[in-house]
Each structure stands twice: as C-alpha cells, then as structure tokens.
Design a protein. Structure first.
Length: 392
C-alpha cells in the first residue's frame, strides 16, 4: 500500500539530515523539512511506520492545556489537521466532536477556570459548562458528583497512522528517503562534539544533523550521542466495545478528570480508556483487561450506563513520559547538530504538525511561531518542574 514511500536499495552513504523514528513526529518533521526545500533527508524506523506509539493511541486532538506553549502547539496542529487532506491527500477521519473534561473535585473547578481563560486569550473557544449542559453534550454523563465541565468544540479525534503516512508520502515526493526495519546502533561524533554519522544495522550514513523522534525509545537513541533525554515508557491500554444497541449517540471525547477515565464513539460502539495508577515504567505492550475494573468503578460515579459494557478487543501502547509531562523539543547545547522532539507524555499526535514546523525552523536557524525554550531538555538542570495539568 505504501511501497511508493519506502527507500529503494541500500542506505545512502550520506545525507544532510537523518530523522530517527518513523512515527507521526518523525513523519511531520520530514514533511516540513522537505516543504522548506531540505530534501536530502533520510528517515530510519526500527520497525514499520507508525508501528510504535503512533499506531496505538486514541488519536485525540485538542488545545485544552494549562501551559501556553502546549495550547499554542495544540491549536496550530488543529488547524493543520483540518487541512491535511488538502496538503497531503491523507484521510484521517477527523471528528471534531469536542473534548469534554468532567470535573468532580471542587479544587479542579477554579484551576480549569484559569486554564479556560488562558485558552480564550490564545484564541481557543473553550468554555466552562454546568453539569446540566455536560449531560446535554454527553448523555452518558449522568453522575450526581459532576460539578461542571470544560468543553471546546474544536477538539476531537482522528487517525494517527493515516496522518503519518500522509506526511511521509508528501516528503517522499520531494525526495526524502524512508527506510523501515532499520535499527540505529550508534550516533558518532567528532572530537569537538559535532554529529558525524548514524550507524545502523544496514550501514552507516554520514551526516551533520540527527533529529531524535523515536518516541519511547528516544532515551536510548540520545544516549548514543551523549545526550540525556529523560523519557520513560509507560503502558496505556484501551478497549473497543462490541457494536451496541441502540447505537450510541455522538458524544464528545469525554474524560473524567479525577480518574482519567475516558470514552468516545468508535464505529457502532465506544472506545474506552483509563490510566492505571499501578502501572510501572517499562516496555510492556501486551494487552490485559484487569484495568477495566477500575474503569467500571469510575464509570459508576460519573457515567453509570458505561459499567460492564461488552468489550470486543483492546490493545496496549506506550506513552513517552517526562518528569513534568511536557515534551522535549529543541536543539542540543552539548552536541552540535542534534535536535530532538520526544517525551510528549500522551500529547504527541495532537502536537505533531506544529512540532514539525518548530523543528524545521530550529534546523534552519529561524525563530519558530512559538518560543519552545521552556521545552528544552536543559530545563531540568535549572528550573523547578512546571507540570502540565491537563494530562489524560
């Protein structure tokens, strides 16, 4: 299906830049570089395109965040996703049904009010709604403990793998070369600390620029060049119900903020998800259904009609977590020629189009549309952690 995108033959001996990671982030970066005329680019992917985290998220897209940089990245990406069929030909089945954060903790209400005010200042049409309006927007939200909610109609969900392939097709049409099933073994540098090349299990590519976009595997890739990228893998699981009768009403992407229990439409059923507070870091990607008991406990409180829904199947994927749940986006100060875009802590797909723009501009040495200095990895050396509040 996508044979026209894959690189032909062996790896080239050299390239202007090498992108490590063929998920949505690497694909967006390659697309934006090529769009700017940087076409001597090689993308290497250890498995298949979108086979890691990009192939397994729920595909939420939103601009509802507490940090202004995250709001800007989310809003910019929403605009790009809306034009993606026009710009890449990709059908990502974008459903702008909105995001609805259900609030049950009295302390969360003023925090969300402040976040909504910030989002409104930045042009995002979020609004606080009453418990009654939350039930109108999502008929499942009937729990008596719901105090109110935050809702943005521009948010929704889409298909990450299709978006990744769309970006890569346009990049390939401009000359970017993609190599799947190609594992990076080392990143070599000169004595002065400049990037010299990328060693893979299929050969070595001489280059002066490496962009690390390897998701949950980025820590190991960064270490090859002597750069510490504090990213840890964390399993997250979702389930798909059987077709339901009657067919569920069309609802927003709805989250119980207290527990992170969430759900939205999926064909004739629902997609269900929730974080597991007992889950430890690690590369665990097998699916197991024990977390559904916690989902039912949360649903009894805020959406009782969801308790005990018949599950057809499910899958597990990896969040790429950082200590403050904010991404790592920037250019290394210690290794010249190394850039990184990783650690999105569950927000990678929804920020990918905008981050592709940002990395392109950092590579070209021009100011990006938003200042991402606060996302530099060096923030952990000097600054107190500023945790992103709106984490799902």
């Amino acid at each position: 299906m996508h044979a026209d995108v894959a690189g032909r033959g062996g790896l080239p001996e050299s390239a202007e830049a090498v992108v490590v990671g063929g998920g949505i982030m690497g694909a967006s970066i390659a697309h934006h570089l090529a769009e700017a005329g940087v076409t001597d680019v090689v993308v290497v992917e250890r498995d298949r395109v979108a086979s890691g985290s990009s192939g397994k998220p729920v595909g939420g897209v939103r601009a509802q965040f507490s940090d202004p940089v995250n709001v800007a990245l989310g809003a910019r990406s929403l605009e790009a996703f809306a034009r993606l069929r026009e710009t890449t030909g990709a059908d990502i089945s974008m459903e702008r049904v909105g995001y609805l954060f259900l609030l049950r903790d009295p302390e969360d209400v003023p925090r969300f009010e402040r976040n909504v005010a910030l989002q409104n200042e930045l042009g995002v049409p979020t609004r606080m709604v009453s418990a009654a309006e939350a039930r109108r927007l999502c008929p499942y939200a009937t729990g008596e403990g719901i105090l109110g909610a935050a809702f943005s109609p521009d948010d929704g969900h889409a298909r990450p793998a299709e978006a990744a392939w769309g970006f890569l097709r346009t990049a390939a049409s401009r000359g970017v070369r993609l190599f799947e099933n190609t594992a990076v073994l080392d990143i070599t540098t000169t004595g002065a600390g400049d990037i010299r090349g990328v060693v893979t299990d299929r050969g070595t590519v001489r280059t002066s620029a490496v962009i690390v976009a390897a998701g949950a595997w980025s820590k190991q890739v960064g270490a090859m060049a002597g750069v510490d990228l504090p990213v840890e893998p964390l399993r997250r699981q979702i389930a798909i119900t059987r077709p339901l009768s009657p067919t569920p009403p069309r609802v927003p992407f709805t989250i119980d903020f207290t527990t992170s229990m969430y759900f939205h439409n999926h064909e004739d059923g629902l997609l269900l998800g929730m974080s597991d507070p007992a889950q430890e870091y690690g590369f665990v990607t097998d699916y197991s259904g024990e977390w559904l008991a916690g989902f039912d406990d949360a649903a009894r409180v805020c959406a009782p009609d969801l308790v005990g829904l018949p599950v057809d199947h499910g899958w597990a994927g990896l969040y790429e977590m950082t200590p403050d749940c904010n991404a790592l986006v920037g250019r290394s100060r210690s290794v010249d020629g190394l850039l990184y875009a990783t650690g999105f802590s569950g927000h990678g797909f929804l920020q990918a189009p905008a981050v592709g723009e940002v990395i392109r501009d950092l590579y070209l040495g021009v100011p990006p549309f938003v200042d991402v200095a606060s996302l530099s990895v060096e923030r952990f050396d000097t600054s107190p952690l500023r945790r992103e509040f709106n984490v799902v």
